[in-house]
Design a protein around this ligand. Sequence first.
Ligand SMILES: *Cc1c(COP(=O)(O)O)cnc(C)c1O
Length: 350
Amino acid sequence: MSFDLKSLVRKHILTVKPYSSARDEYEGEQGIFLDANENTIGSTTTDGLYNRYPDPLQWEVKRELSKLKNIPSKQIFLGNGSDEPIDLLVRAFCEPYQDNIIQMPPTYGMYQVSADINVVKTIDVHLSADFELDASKVLAAVTPATKIIFVCSPNNPTGNNLNRNEILTLIKSFSGLVVVDEAYIDFSTQASLLSEIATNPNLIVLQTFSKAWGLANLRLGMAFGSEEVIGVMNRIKPPYNINGVTQQLALDALKNADLKDRMVKSIVAEREKLAKAFLKFPFVTKIYPSDTNFILLKTVDAMSIYKQLVAQQVIVRNRNTVVLCEGCLRITVGTAAENEVLLTALAKCS
Ligand SMILES: *Cc1c(COP(=O)(O)O)cnc(C)c1O
């Protein structure tokens, strides 16, 4: 399928003049910097740091990520969580009151929220009862106003991978953007779609530092895609969307990718232990397979179990009202000690 960015992006996005910051206009490192109205003396923190604006395009972080992911720096976008690239893509490509996006419920809630905020319609193509993706059903729902298809794999809240070939069919057959949200890819047995970016300019892969890397507090999300699409996102992002402390800590974290891998192994081992242990509770009617750091359970009465757990100070996510998830609880894999407490609390539920 031919990809034509100019016909896809909202018309004014390519002509609007992006904000040009002091740090964009002079990129040298030597000299006396009197160009950005910073406090040249220092700051009000105890260590007196942080008085200078950070790198607006986070090149150091991207250089390290580029090595790790084998994707050129210019094809990487960093956002304030994954939520920022989701919003920027809707904003750049979907005309309010006119265009639409397609999503596959039950899935992550931010696609709907971003569409709603931007007054962009959503077309829902439900996953099957066992949470599988049917590309032909999705493609049949595409209209001339469909600009983005959001695919979440592994999917939240169901926990499963969507079929890779079905996703590839979507990418190859749809002339708009396909955004594949891989927030949980590190926990998955299925390979990332990052390897498909070089040959598919309409594919954007989202990943995050919030889950496997253990940095939810930093708010750092990644988008990988063609230079053209990443360029559009850079044009419209807030100039300093990633603060300097986050950039420093991300560089630090990227040196410890092996620690991330060890934590993932341990979380996956705990997940498998939990899945087995859940089998013995009579009120659990189904344990869905997981390629993530959480497990979706079907129960006889989700609200009742949820409340009984809360009474024992164990908080899980009640997904009972989500389409196709009646009776379901979503439980994050805890530490070995936390999981023991969870299982003891569940044993007291009826
Ligand atoms: C947790 C999660 C994210 C991550 O969001 P951040 O804004 O990066 O913290 C993205 N997508 C899905 C499906 C998630 O579950």
